[in-house]
Design a protein around this ligand. Structure first.
Ligand SMILES: Cc1cc2nc3c(=O)[nH]c(=O)nc-3n(C[C@H](O)[C@H](O)[C@H](O)COP(=O)(O)O)c2cc1C
Length: 196
């Protein structure tokens, strides 16, 4: 059961390519998150925000983007109190499409928590660390707990007919991540609301 006062968390799928694996971990974490009573969740697909490569005249730090899709993206981010990003790693970093989407907003990210579910080599840890640094520049609070699906889990689910529940440590990590998200989302929402 949820209340209107629950912080709203967007679960962002960080890959848009045809045949992506990202749908599977995104659905998995969304299902687990749905069991919580203290947060509300919404799955956000970057495919629904077909942003051009950044071409605004100014950084969103100084002026809101003019592109209509960017304005729709900013409005969606503004309606949320935190984010869980489901991310692979592309050449040991974030996907370009996700970095571009992060570049397209600023104040809508400020003072909100962000957590990560990574999949790939070393659980996409390099991509997650990269995203943590970027999120600090966007004045977000990256939480400590994260889910890292290494090659065993990633290939097991993708190619060997296994499911995430065959790897119980993943759910343990997910619970820790959601717990962190809850604490930070409540604390930062209260602080933002207090400031008006
Ligand atoms: C451009 C590109 C770069 C990649 N670089 C890495 C990498 O550095 N480390 C890794 O573990 N996997 C890498 N991969 C493999 C991805 O882990 C794999 O393709 C995964 O399915 C990508 O997530 P997606 O299917 O949700 O897009 C790369 C894939 C692409 C397309």
């Amino acid at each position: 059961m949820s209340t209107q006062a629950n912080p709203r968390i967007g679960i962002i799928i960080g890959s848009t390519r045809q045949g992506r694996f990202g749908d599977k971990p995104a659905r998995w974490i969304t299902d687990l998150a749905g069991k919580r009573t203290d947060l509300d969740f919404e799955l956000i697909d970057l495919r629904d925000y077909s942003l051009p490569f950044f071409e605004e005249q100014m950084s969103p730090v100084y002026a809101p983007p003019q592109h209509p899709v960017a304005q729709r993206w900013a409005a969606k981010l503004d309606s949320l109190d935190g984010f869980v990003v489901v991310t692979p790693e592309y050449n040991h970093g974030s996907t370009a499409v996700l970095k571009n989407a992060l570049d397209y907003a600023y104040k809508e990210f400020n003072r909100k928590p962000i957590g990560f579910v990574g999949y790939g080599g070393v659980g996409a840890a390099r991509s997650v660390e990269h995203l943590r640094m970027i999120s600090v520049e966007l004045q977000m609070a990256p939480v400590r707990a994260a889910v890292h699906m290494g090659m065993l889990e990633f290939l097991g689910v993708w190619q060997q007919g296994k499911s995430f529940s065959d790897f119980p440590h993943l759910e343990q990590s997910a619970m820790a991540l959601l717990e962190d998200m809850s604490w930070w989302a409540q604390a930062l929402k209260a602080a933002r609301d207090a400031q008006g």
